[in-house]
Ligand binder design. Structure first.
Ligand SMILES: [Fe+2]
Ligand SMILES: [Fe+2]
Length: 133
């Protein structure tokens, strides 16, 4: 479980809202697993998390475009790597690989926290410096 604390705040309001939603969805999935509701957890992952991850990454890319962020290409490449990894894992889950689901969850967890705290915060610093937020 992740606590959404200050280390994950970018102070770009819409992006923070989306990050919080992502963290809440992942926490919910973990809760379901803890209660032994694995099928429901997998369902939530496939139905909502995959959809919301893509929604968030593309909204964030639009935001970076809007503010003319010079590191957009590099940031998009990091997103693309995550997209590929997560969709790969989703295919393994689809094939019934029992380890794939836990792997996908812990990978998504680790990647998101690290990415928000280190990479996302940089566009926020840029936006603030330029007086755009
Ligand atoms: Fe993000
Ligand atoms: Fe990002």
């Amino acid at each position: 479980m992740i606590e959404f604390d200050d280390s994950l705040l970018t102070h770009v309001e819409e992006m923070d809202k989306q990050h919080m939603r992502l963290v809440a969805l992942l926490n919910h999935t973990y809760e379901l697993l803890k209660e032994g509701k694995k099928e429901e957890a997998i369902g939530l992952f496939k139905r909502e998390i995959l959809f919301y991850v893509e929604y968030h990454l593309s909204e964030e890319e639009k935001f970076m475009e809007k503010i003319g962020y010079p590191e957009l290409d590099r940031h998009r490449k990091a997103h693309d790597m995550f997209r590929r990894a997560i969709y790969d894992l989703a295919q393994h889950i689809e094939k019934g690989d029992p380890k794939a689901f836990r792997e996908a969850l812990s990978y998504a967890w680790g990647w998101l926290c690290n990415h928000i705290a280190k990479t996302d915060k940089k566009y926020a610093i840029y936006a603030k410096e330029k007086g755009l937020i």
